[in-house]
Design a protein around this ligand. Structure first.
Ligand code: FAD
Length: 517
């Protein structure tokens, strides 16, 4: 029998000990109530990255937040134990962040997926609309439920099949971030179980240190079991625009123009159009015929192009198309390539769920479940030109598979009390996110090639520190790497860890702290 946990639903954990010799960590009889452990822990060693595969000893399927609290009280109260515990949301991490080698993985999707929507004006709602959602619920579930009330969250990720607790643990960004801040700037309250097993409701005014620690906290301080997310009126439709450029400067200036008009524009992103393939994959979700035929190679040299993607929510009545007027005005001011601007109108749901179409298309050709050596960097505006040069010098553009995102965010939309690390260059109000979202199909990129792509990422991330860039969804394999990443925020991060998870039980897959006895 495998060394993974094979105990089915049990009532008392001492039974587990009796049944399961690998569970050496459980040495004293304690009633853990009706915890629901899984028979096979293999799936919990897998994530979207497909680079690290760390098997836990046990997988908990909690039926309520109390199950999580019970487990953590037991683990933190046992002086002998070396056990670690990782919450696993949708496991869309890249580098094993939701894994727990020989520890316990808590599958957050097992929590009852209750989503309760409160509309502004209702007794409980207190002047704003919001939803209370389980930490294990997916953002797409929250979207579907809130749309039934004509409402939706304000801030998103590009892909919606991520868990609420999972993205709140890293930040949560997309094209709305310049306007509303990241998802962590749109949370009113959290229920958290700390590393000591305490179940605490926190907010900016109640247990605020825990609230801000957990937001962007890489799972280090507590497990989010419920989040109260701010909602706004949802538009029915969205005007979705893509405009192409052949030089970075003009592209960046037009992005600046768009983010300087948040009253008019609801979403701004951008891509480096790196090769034919990246142009082709653009068409998957965007239902317009592109008559754009760029020359990626001419006279022995390679060239890349740029694409701004922006959107305007369509609240128009049938007679007045205000949004169309807005688009025409913006288009007059923008300096994209002549005629290379495309506009479509789609439902708000389809717009937000656009990456799902890409997922289904990649799945159909077996290219979704492949390794993903991704690198995401926050780059201060003062260093963005140098960073783009560095990036293009270090990747073979013709071979790159996957999108390269690049779009601006505004520093003042991020709360400095949260645990997210932004570039230090405080003078730079604009920070770019650059996402190199590469796929490594084992058919064309076997293990050695994957290692070389990871090496390239390390080289880019290392060199990028000279322009003050920081990793978003960071991954560092040495204490020195983490200490440099956190920089002047390290002392606060470590003090928060000592307060809320002093034994270093939580989220071992991040590799920041070691388990202490
Ligand atoms: P997991 O991978 O399950 O967990 C991530 C970390 O959070 C782990 O350390 C885990 O222990 C911890 N954790 C999980 N749940 C909880 C909880 N309830 N409480 C406390 N800690 C918890 N990010 C963006 O910001 N914008 C994007 O547009 C975007 N698009 C993406 C598209 C794809 C296809 C993928 C694969 C990822 C994307 N991401 C994006 C990154 C993604 O937001 C993060 O990887 C996020 O952490 C994934 O959420 P998850 O539920 O899969 O978390």
């Amino acid at each position: 029998m495998e060394m993974t946990l094979f105990c089915a639903r049990i009532n008392i954990l001492i039974l587990l000990l009796a049944l399961c010799s690998p569970c050496k960590f459980i040495q004293s009889p304690i009633d853990l109530g009706p915890l629901n452990f899984l028979q096979n822990a293999n799936t919990a060693s897998m994530d979207f990255g497909r680079i690290h595969f760390n098997s836990p000893s046990a997988v908990l399927r909690p039926k309520s937040p109390e199950d999580i609290s019970l487990l953590l009280r037991f683990v933190s109260g046992s002086s002998f134990s070396k056990v670690t515990v990782a919450a696993r949301g949708a496991a869309h991490s890249i580098y094993g962040q939701a894994q727990a080698l020989d520890g316990i993985v808590i599958e957050m999707d097992a929590l009852p997926s209750s989503i309760r929507v409160h509309r502004k004006g209702e007794a409980e709602a207190d002047g704003v609309s919001y939803a209370d959602a389980s930490g294990g619920a997916l953002w797409v579930e929250l979207l579907e439920e809130s749309l039934k009330h004509g409402l939706a969250p304000r801030s998103w990720t590009d892909y919606l099949y991520l868990s609420i607790g999972g993205t709140l643990s890293i930040g949560g960004i997309s094209g709305q971030t310049f306007k509303y801040g990241p998802q962590i700037s749109n949370v009113l309250q959290l229920d958290v179980v700390t590393g000591k097993g305490e179940a605490i409701t926190c907010s900016p005014t109640k247990s605020s240190e825990l609230f801000y620690s957990v937001l962007g906290g890489l799972g280090q301080f507590g497990i989010i079991t419920r989040a109260r997310i701010l909602l706004q009126e949802a538009p029915e439709k969205v005007k979705w625009v893509r405009a192409f450029y052949d030089d970075f400067q003009t592209f960046a200036e037009d992005q600046d123009l768009l983010i300087s008009t948040p009253d008019l524009v609801d979403y701004v992103e951008g891509f480096i159009v790196i090769n034919e393939q990246s142009l082709k994959s653009f068409s998957t979700a965007f239902p317009a015929h592109l008559h754009f035929a760029p020359k990626f190679h001419s006279e022995g040299s390679s060239k890349v192009y740029y694409c701004i993607e922006y959107a305007v929510h369509d609240h128009s009545s049938k007679d007045i198309d205000t949004e169309q007027v807005v688009l025409e005005e913006l288009s007059r001011q923008m300096r994209h390539l002549p005629s290379q601007v495309y506009t479509v109108e789609v439902s708000y749901y389809d717009f937000l769920n656009r990456v799902r179409m890409e997922e289904l298309s990649l799945r159909s050709v077996g290219l979704w479940e492949v390794p993903h050596p991704w690198l995401n960097m926050f780059v201060p505006k003062s260093g963005i030109n140098e960073f783009v040069d560095l990036l293009l010098e270090n990747i073979a553009t013709e071979e790159f598979e996957g999108p390269v995102l690049i779009y601006p965010l505004l520093r003042d939309k991020w709360d400095a009390n949260t645990s997210v690390v932004l570039p230090d260059a405080d003078d730079d109000q604009v920070i770019y996110i650059v996402g190199m979202l590469r796929s490594a199909n084992p058919a064309s990129c076997p293990a050695a090639c994957l290692q070389s792509l990871l090496q390239t990422n390390r080289r880019i991330a290392g060199a990028a520190s000279r322009v003050g860039a920081k990793q978003y969804i960071p991954h560092h394999s040495s204490p020195a790497g983490w200490s440099e990443h956190f920089g002047r925020q390290w002392d606060r991060f470590a003090a928060r860890k000592a307060r809320f998870d002093p034994l270093g039980i939580l989220a071992p897959g991040q590799g920041i702290f070691s388990r202490r006895s």
